[in-house]
Structures are given as C-alpha cells and as structure tokens.
Design a protein around this ligand. Sequence first.
Ligand code: KPL
Length: 298
Amino acid sequence: MTINILGTGAIGSALAAGAAKHNVPYRVFSRTPATAVTVVSQQDEQILLHTPLSQPAKLDNSDILILPLKAHQIAPALQQWQPYVSEHTPVILMHNGMGGAEIARHTMPDNPVFLATTRMGALTHSKNHVRITGHGTTDIGFIDAAPGPLTVVQEQVLTILQHCLKDVVWHSDIYPSLWHKLSINAVINPLTALHDVPNGALLSGHFDSQIEVICSETAAVMRASGISADAALLAANVRNVAAATATNYSSMHQDVAHHRQTEIDAINGYIVQQATKKGISVPENALLVKQITALTQR
Ligand code: KPL
C-alpha cells in the first residue's frame, strides 16, 4: 500500500515526512518540476523526502491518493488523476473550506472518499524547506456520514494515517468538524489578509464586534445545515486559535502577499452560497468575499 501525496505544500510534506519516518511507502507528485523537500521536525530532525514525480502513476485498489491542496486545486487534480485510479482507490481530501466533497462525488463517484482536517502546524520556509511547528489532531471521516463499525477500507485508511500523523481521530460524521474549522477560517483568514496582520492581532479588541457578527452569521448557516452551533462558542474558538498561532500569518494572508489565488470562495464564499440556499442573510461574509476578491484583483 503506497500513499500518493499531491503537491509539495506544508501539510502534504509533513505527511510525507511521517510516512518516511514510519517506513510507510509514499510518493509525492508535483505538477510543476520540483526538487525534493526537506522537512524539519519539532525535534530539529531533518527528513529529506523523495523527489516529486511530475506525471501521475497508475494506482491500484490498495494505494491511497491524498490531496492536501488548496480548495481550488481539487477539481483539476481529481480530473487529472481520474484515469489513473481504480474505482476502489481511497481518496482523501484535506483542504481549507468546503466544496471538495461535491467535486469528488462528481469526478470520482464510485471511489471511497474521505474528508480530513488537521490542526497540525507546518510552515513552508522556502520552496523546499518545511518546518513542523505543532502536532495538532487530524480529524477524518467518510464522505457519507455513517454510524456503526468501520468498513475494511475505512479501517485501513485510518491505520495508515495514524502511522504517518501522530494524532488521528475517526468521526462517523466528519461534517461538524469541517464546519467548525470553516468557522475559524472564515474569521481569521480574511481579516488577517485584509488588515495585513498576523493571527494574534485579532485579539487586540479592535476586531471584536466584527468577529461576533461573522460568527453569528456562520452559526445561523450551520444550524440551518443541521450542525449545532453557538455564535459565542465559535468566537471563543477563533480567539483560542488566534492565540495559539499568534505569530503566524494565515494561509490567506500569505496567498494575498504572494499574489496567489485565495481560498475565499471555499470559505466565506461557501457560507454565502449555503446561506442563499437557506434564505439566510449573511452580509458580513458577503462583504469579506467582495473585499478579498477586490484585493487580489488589483
Ligand atoms: O488554517 C488556518 C490557515 O491559516 O489557513 C488557521 C487556522 C487560520 C491558522 O493560521
């Protein structure tokens, strides 16, 4: 069983380093020519990863395809890989924001698809240097929420991920975890990008009322989507994450700084889209989408 990791981003590289360390066979793929990444662990151990392959390889039932990519890279990546997987190849999506599940259902309708979100900290220092900054939990579950015992494939995917990442928790329904992560990203990512500040700056008091409004809009959409949510608790989670990552620049801040496409459509844009379907008004989220889009089109 080989794990096939798409991209050379921080989380994918951290995952590959975990595989390398625990003798799990792995391959890394990059669409653009790339040299091997070195991952520095929290104990300052240096792990040199395999050189990324630039072309997809034929996968069989026992291989796993993992996409720790940006939300907007999921559709082209799944389309590119679709001819190379068997309908039984497990596919794991790991991205900020939402919408990947719908794309996977469309592109690989028969594959076992898993959705994961991680609180592990990893930062790209230079093109081929990644540093692991914190060992947070990774939550994973199947695309279709299902209580009851795990299937053989689900058990295999969980076990292999647990070998690569220290702390992996299975959820019979992953959607509450994904929505809670989304509610944190919906505040920290656009505000830090718009105001050009690190995550900890959101604790200054200056952003309090805006944080409350974004969280109360998001909580309303979550409840309408069947996820229990309390605006004050969401805001408290945002503050905890901002405090725990105070000196970090959010991924959206970095995308804006490097003139890259942001994940705004999969984060606040997804909240607006779901709100529209449910007839809920979310003007603050809509404004953030507009402002970030304007910022990146300058
Ligand atoms: O996931 C993140 C991101 O930057 O995308 C947070 C949680 C905001 C940490 O920076």
